[in-house]
Design a protein around this ligand. Structure first.
Ligand code: ADP
Ligand code: MG
Length: 681
């Protein structure tokens, strides 16, 4: 039943099915795991004669009048009059003429909305309605789902209600119980089936909280148990290509001394930890965490060097072609004097498919079946949160029995990480290179835009500043759509008019993901060599790009980016000891957005931003999977340290007392996490 494919949902169009699938929802159970972002409270049910101005209520009655009214200003009003046994009330919709075909006279309707005074009469400004008082969209706490891939919250709610309803009254164990009864009772948890029902259609906010706690408990428990098991299995593995350490001490130290800068203490510590791992017969599975700009690349490079000295290949996978190319150039540069070390690049558009390199840098093109590596000693995944589970596992499989280093700027506070991922090996770079300044960040309202442009011109003229202008994608999609590219092209023309005219002649370039890679590389190299003053781009520069000369980051439509993305974008500047700036251009700001953006302006640390992100998702306000959020947890809150500790204890209790094989459902759930086989963010 829970494994039923969503195609078997009744009266659901193939378009809706397709959209659900694009959200990764293939079965009924997948749907149940699409959690609401919050609830609207329409639970106050009122008789029509008792409604009061300012109240949010649900009323029910019969439709006695329903018609379209046309106004001179081309607005159409859908005027619907409803009666119950106490009185009548008028409800108006706007510009939805089709409603009149649905809301027929004589039908029973429920309307939830805000009671307002209209002239001398009370009306209801409708938020939701439904025919036949089904109590899905009105008359209760109503779940609100984030609307993605063109699916409305209303559609999701309807499908969810159907699935949950078909479970009720069935075998009470339709939703599997994951945990042993002892753990459930010790931690005062409600059962899983109730939790799934209450998270979507809660009886009250208290129950919604209990449901959230139960499901978050499961998530954290499964994650930690998976880590625990991964570590045990990993320990049984043996490296294929054993590293020697001490005989290469001299070369490693010499290389470090040849770097254009002195390593920070944290970088050195991370390198020591990595090198120790590399000497073991068990493959390394280390997670290198450091905020944007903390200098992870050089740490990875030193590990690659040790692999080379041992006669092995290293592979570095990066999420974008631009970043892979940048790593290729940076790393080649660092080994300029060492002509026996060959650095290679493999991306989708790079036809050079030879792989007799010592360090191979590439995008997911590295995963191509045709590509075979020889004598791989070390695999590195950069910006690992940008890769899917399968991609990461595939790369690992291609380089069996080699050491693995995953890197990310996902700012999980250290204490949380150590508790939650204590089973994994973590290295932290918390210290920034010497001389870095705080990036001054400002929110620029619409009316100050002109002043903003003047200021930029001045900065270019007086300080030879180099500027990024990043425009948001107008369509939500994992790759850049033609429509989004067109929008950024139009924006580019506008910006060009401002900065390249009879008065000022600044050099501008446009960069987007759909350009040919030779073109992209040329632009990046021109920007790096200061031939370009202003680079207008899509968020394709979001991860990893390192142009130390750039000191100004302009983010257009800043309200459309999440904090994690903003932080990554801002991290493209402030990569030298020069003062850098980040200006957020923004319109249409809600109070909540202003609060968020202001917090961003005042805080430079990723960890602080992550905490803000987390604590603003308090109880009763649960977020579904956020693709660009700071962490990949679906429902658990990383700020909830108490629950993290509790689940950690529960996992310790479990592994001490039970065998996972005896817990069929739990085993299945944990296998899902373990599917990754490698560390998670
Ligand atoms: P990230 O951790 O975001 O991947 P990078 O590795 O791209 O950061 O490094 C950011 C910039 O800082 C690069 O230009 C790099 O050369 C420089 N850098 C790295 N380590 C140091 C250091 N110890 N001192 C000064 N600059 C450094
Ligand atoms: Mg990086």
């Amino acid at each position: 039943m829970l494994s039923s494919p969503i195609q078997s949902l009744p009266s659901t169009s193939s378009i809706t099915i397709k959209k659900l699938k694009r959200l990764g929802i293939n079965t009924y159970f997948d749907l149940l795991n699409y959690f609401p972002s919050r609830y609207e409270d329409y639970s106050v049910i009122s008789k029509i004669d008792k409604i009061q101005v300012g109240e949010i209520v649900t009323i029910s009655g019969k439709i006695i009048e329903a018609k379209n009214q046309y106004t001179r200003s081309r607005i159409t009003i859908q005027k619907v009059v409803i009666t119950d046994d106490t009185g009548i009330v008028e409800v108006n919709w706007f510009n939805q003429s089709y409603l009149i075909r649905v809301l027929k006279i004589g039908e029973t309707i429920s309307v939830a909305g805000l009671v307002k005074l209209f002239g001398s009469k009370l009306t209801i400004e409708p938020k939701e309605y439904e025919i036949n008082d089904k109590k899905i969209h009105t008359g209760r706490l109503v779940p609100v789902y984030s609307e993605k891939k063109g699916l409305s919250a209303k559609t999701i709610r309807e499908k969810m209600f159907f699935v949950l309803n078909s479970i009720v009254g069935d075998d009470p164990r339709v939703v599997p119980e994951f945990l042993p009864p002892k753990i459930i009772s010790f931690n005062n948890l409600i059962d899983d089936q109730t939790a799934y029902q209450q998270i979507h259609f809660p009886d009250n906010l208290d129950m919604a909280d209990k449901a959230r706690e139960r499901l978050a408990f499961d998530e954290l428990f499964n994650l930690q148990l998976a880590n625990n098991l991964i570590k045990k299995e990993w320990k049984k593995e043996r490296v294929g290509n054993k590293f020697q350490l001490s005989i290469f001490n001299f070369q490693i130290n010499q290389f470090i001394a040849s770097l254009p800068f002195k390593l920070t203490g944290d970088q050195q510590k991370a390198i020591d930890e990595i090198i120790t791992d590399l000497g073991n017969t068990t493959p390394m599975n280390r997670f290198l965490q450091g905020d944007v700009g903390s200098g992870k690349t050089v740490v990875a490079t030193i590990a690659c060097y040790l692999s080379f000295l041992n006669g092995y290949q290293s592979i570095i996978m990066a999420p974008t072609e631009i970043l892979a190319n940048q790593h290729f150039l940076t790393i080649k540069d660092l080994f300029l004097k060492l002509d026996t070390l060959r650095v290679g690049l493999i991306t989708g558009s790079n036809k050079n498919k030879k792989n007799n390199y010592d360090i191979i840098i590439g995008t997911h093109a590295l995963l191509s079946q045709k590509l075979k590596f020889k004598k791989v000693g070390l695999v590195i995944i950069d910006e690992q949160h940008r890769f899917g589970v399968n991609q990461r596992a595939l790369l690992k499989e291609k380089a069996l029995n080699s050491h693995l280093l995953t890197m990310t700027a996902t700012p999980i506070p250290r204490t949380v990480a150590l508790t939650l991922y204590g089973e994994l090996d973590l290295s932290y770079i918390e210290e920034m290179p010497i001389g870095r300044q705080v990036i001054k960040t400002f929110l620029i309202p619409k009316e100050k835009r002109g002043d903003g442009y003047l200021w930029i011109k001045k900065q270019i003229k007086e300080n030879a500043a180099q500027v990024f202008i990043v425009c948001p994608l107008i369509e939500e999609s994992t790759s850049e759509t033609l429509k989004s590219v067109k929008a950024v092209k139009i924006e580019f023309e506008n910006i060009k008019k401002i900065f390249n005219n009879v008065e000022t002649r600044h050099a501008l370039s446009l960069l987007h993901g759909r350009m040919k890679s030779t073109e992209k590389n040329q632009i990046m190299s021109d920007f790096k060599n200061k031939k370009i003053d202003i680079l207008v781009s899509t968020p394709v520069v979001e991860v990893g790009i390192d142009i130390p000369g750039a000191t100004i980051m302009i983010i257009e439509g800043a309200e459309r980016f999440g904090l994690a993305q903003l932080h990554q974008l801002r991290g493209r500047v402030g990569r030298s000891d020069k003062q850098s700036y980040c200006l957020l251009f923004s319109e249409n700001l809600s109070e909540k957005t202003i609060k968020r953006l202001n917090f961003f302006c005042k805080n430079n640390l990723g960890v602080r931003l992550a905490e803000f992100d987390l604590s603003n998702r308090g109880a009763g306000n649960i977020f579904g999977t956020e693709q660009h959020g700071f962490v990949n947890l679906k429902i658990a809150n990383l700020a909830d340290f108490e629950l993290i500790s509790k689940t950690k204890k529960a996992v310790e209790y479990f592994v001490g007392k039970y065998k996972i094989e005896e817990w069929e459902e739990l085993k299945k759930a944990v296998e899902k996490y373990k599917g990754e086989k490698i560390s998670r963010d």
